[in-house]
Design a protein around this ligand. Structure first.
Ligand code: 13P
Ligand code: SF4
Length: 350
């Protein structure tokens, strides 16, 4: 647990972090990427942190991998690469830096460590978990294998390294359908997201998909009635849902895709009004790039993703705290499952 005022005070002893309209102006090229969603006053507070982190990254030969659900000042201000879970996992195998700072949640940092064990992977807040990753253990995977003997296990990347190590292959919301279709088995176990599994099952009817009963606390809150109401009250709005939403919600939407799928869809279609049925920062991060699109609410916030802040990133990189470790034997097995997914995704051109 962080004591934020104390953290700010200790950082201010080493870095000039006072709000600065002058520095904000100097760094206006970065601000332009978020000016629709971040006020000038807030930018004056963020700018000194962004400057300090970017300098420290160069000194330490570090890169920041930022998930699409990071807040705009992290996404646009300090991230060297941004993307969905699949894109960030691919990037973790490609970057040449000594240090990866994972701006996302813990399972993403573990995936980076599993793929790049020689690198230091920093997690700015170890409490940035995920309700899906917490919903299943390696014993749960064994239980599913006992229930469905011989069926391969496809685990969502939103799992711990132990769970990945106990699985045959991983998937993300970008590639789940393709991975399932490519497996040479009729019955396939998908863990831990019941809704992603049900959404895939609808689109790949030739497979008998069985699932674990986990869910995402952000996406499970939406209901199909919410979408019907919204459509009635806001005619002409394009409804775009993440596949972690329940299947009746996805069925009610105009499009469903991973966070990068959502970005690609909105960029290509440029609807006049769009409602992103997902985490709040998704719309904020693309709002400036797409001035012609009006992003209308409501959205849900992920309390885990929101644990990552500029202060914690600066502290982690300054003190090198929050280093993610994975037991080498577990990492070796987990790497197999993740690597199979990456190889298949690259082969399929995803
Ligand atoms: P993607 O970015 O892969 O769509 O996944 C969203 C997610 O679950 C991150 O929390
Ligand atoms: Fe986990 Fe859902 Fe938060 Fe993603 S949005 S980290 S799936 S709880």
């Amino acid at each position: 647990m962080f004591d934020l005022p104390a953290l700010r005070t200790s950082l201010a002893e080493k870095y000039d972090l006072s709000p600065s309209p002058e520095l904000a102006e100097e760094m206006s090229d970065i601000y332009q990427k978020m000016s629709r969603v971040v006020t000038p006053a807030d930018w004056a507070i963020y700018a000194p942190y962004v400057k300090a982190i970017n300098q420290l990254k160069t000194e330490r030969n570090a890169v920041v991998l930022g998930h699409n659900y990071m807040t705009p000042e992290i996404y646009h201000g300090i991230s060297d690469f941004v993307g969905d879970s699949l894109q960030l996992a691919m990037k973790a195998t490609e970057v040449e830096a000594d240090i990866i700072v994972q701006c996302g949640v813990h399972f993403m940092a573990e995936t980076s460590k599993v793929l790049s064990p020689e690198k230091i992977v920093l997690m700015p807040d170890m409490e940035a978990g995920c309700s899906l990753a917490e919903s299943i253990t390696a014993e749960g995977i064994e239980e599913m294998r006992r229930r469905y003997p011989g069926a391969p296990v496809v685990s969502y990347v939103n799992t711990t390294a132990e769970v990945k190590a106990a699985s045959d292959i991983c998937c993300t919301s970008s590639n789940a359908e393709q991975i399932i279709s490519a497996l040479d088995a009729e019955t396939i176990i998908m863990t831990p997201d019941q809704y992603l599994a049900q959404n895939v099952a609808r689109n790949v009817p030739e497979k008998n998909i069985v699932w674990w009963e986990g869910s995402c606390i952000v996406h499970e809150q939406y209901t199909a009635q919410d979408l019907r109401d919204f459509r009635e009250w806001n005619p002409g709005t394009r409804l775009i849902a993440h596949p972690e939403c329940p299947p009746d919600v996805v069925a009610e939407a105009d499009f469903s895709g991973s966070t990068s799928g959502i970005l690609n869809y909105v960029t290509k279609e440029k609807p006049e009004k769009a409602l992103l049925i997902t985490e709040c920062s998704m719309a904020s991060n693309i709002a400036d790039e797409l001035p012609e699109v009006e992003f209308v609410g409501p959205c849900n916030m992920c309390p885990y993703m929101k644990k990552i802040t500029l202060e914690k990133v600066l502290y982690s990189l300054d003190t090198m705290t929050g280093q993610v470790e994975v037991d080498p034997a577990v990492a070796e097995k987990a790497r197999l499952a993740v690597q199979r997914m990456l190889d298949l995704s690259r082969k399929l051109g995803l």
